[in-house]
Design a protein around this ligand. Structure first.
Ligand code: SF4
Length: 333
């Protein structure tokens, strides 16, 4: 039986901005429910601005102004028991950060202090999370960890700017995995890297997951990356999950019209046909369209789509939020 290491139930987290024109509410995570399994690489896909990064912040229980919590729950399974992550005290969250759940942010440069060597960043990190150890011992531990990931310990003597973007990203992964967390949240870890560096980063994430048998939640707009490394995935559109299921099933039989566009726009070797992306652009998360948020771009939209919001419902091994699919699923079952 699959056990979920994280469960998300009807989560709502919005940015609330005070502007000269009045209050602006950006519905970045607008009623998300998910089960993220143990021992898996779980993907979250969708165009820029759909709420993926905000969802990761909420999974990390890091909801700070201007982001505000409006409802729902994020549950962590720690030592066989579910904890309400958003109700934990700052001290309790701090205890779980990096040991239970860690985070690789977008752009590895922000992880490192540009004026100190990587060695100091690793030692400071270990010192604050594993107190009472001498510095020499911490340096040795950092070296051992890098070696175990196939990285040269010499990297520790470099300044961040002396490393290539790809190498810096791999070192950021090494730092995030130093305390063997059960969950690693990775936000666009391959964006802005060339293909060779992308492959090295994905291979490293894959080997970390296999060694630790933990869960990696991988956020990227790149469907090719999801196809290559995730086992299960969710498609996000305008702050909601519109499709969820095993990656293989989603690529073989995408149910939501938006997922179909995302997959059709992927380049394939030898295929010279013009790639078709979704028409138009994503809606503003401040002024969401009434009904299904995808209806202004959807070629199959009908009257009901403009009035009601479709719920995420089970359809075979997948889940989908689309009135069209609901009818065909019911007919097929
Ligand atoms: Fe298209 Fe309607 Fe399905 Fe939305 S609910 S994706 S508009 S068919």
């Amino acid at each position: 039986m699959t056990v979920n290491i994280i469960e998300v139930d009807d989560l709502q987290a919005f940015y609330v901005l005070e502007t000269v024109a009045g209050k602006k509410v950006i519905r970045a995570v607008n009623g998300v429910s998910l089960g993220i399994p143990e021992n898996a690489v779980y993907g979250i896909a969708g165009e820029s601005g759909c709420g993926k990064t905000t969802l990761l912040k909420a999974l990390l229980a890091n909801i700070e102004p201007p982001l505000r919590y409006f409802g729902g729950r994020v549950l962590y399974r720690v030592n066989g028991q579910y904890l309400d992550a958003l109700a934990l005290s700052p001290q309790e969250k701090q205890k779980l950060r990096w040991t239970f759940i860690s985070y690789i942010p977008q752009g590895s440069m922000s992880v490192f202090n540009p004026v100190v060597k990587i060695r100091t960043t690793f030692a400071d990190f270990l010192e604050s999370h594993v107190p009472g150890r001498v510095r020499k011992e911490l340096f040795q531990e950092a070296e051992k960890h890098l070696e175990s990931l196939g990285l040269s310990p010499k990297i520790l003597d470099a300044y961040p700017h002396q490393l290539s973007g790809g190498m810096r990203q791999r070192v950021a992964i090494a730092l995030a995995t130093l305390l063997k967390p059960r969950v690693i949240l990775a936000d666009e870890p391959t964006t802005a890297l060339d293909v060779v560096a992308q492959r090295a980063v994905l291979q490293l994430l894959g080997s970390v997951q296999r060694d630790l048998k933990n869960t990696i939640v991988l956020v990227t707009h790149d469907m090719g990356v999801h196809a290559a490394v995730t086992t299960r995935m969710a498609i996000m559109y305008a702050g909601k999950i519109v499709e969820e299921g095993p990656t293989q099933e989603i690529f073989a039989h995408p149910l939501h019209p938006y997922t179909q566009y995302l997959i059709r726009s992927l380049p394939r070797i030898g295929d010279k046909s013009l790639k078709e992306s979704a028409p138009g652009s994503p809606p503003s998360l401040v002024h969401l369209p009434q009904g299904c948020a995808f209806h202004p771009r959807c070629p199959y939209a009908f009257a009901r789509c403009r009035e009601e919001v479709p719920e995420l419902e089970v359809c075979g091994e997948q889940k989908v939020a689309c009135f069209l699919r609901r009818e065909s699923c019911v007919a097929a079952s």
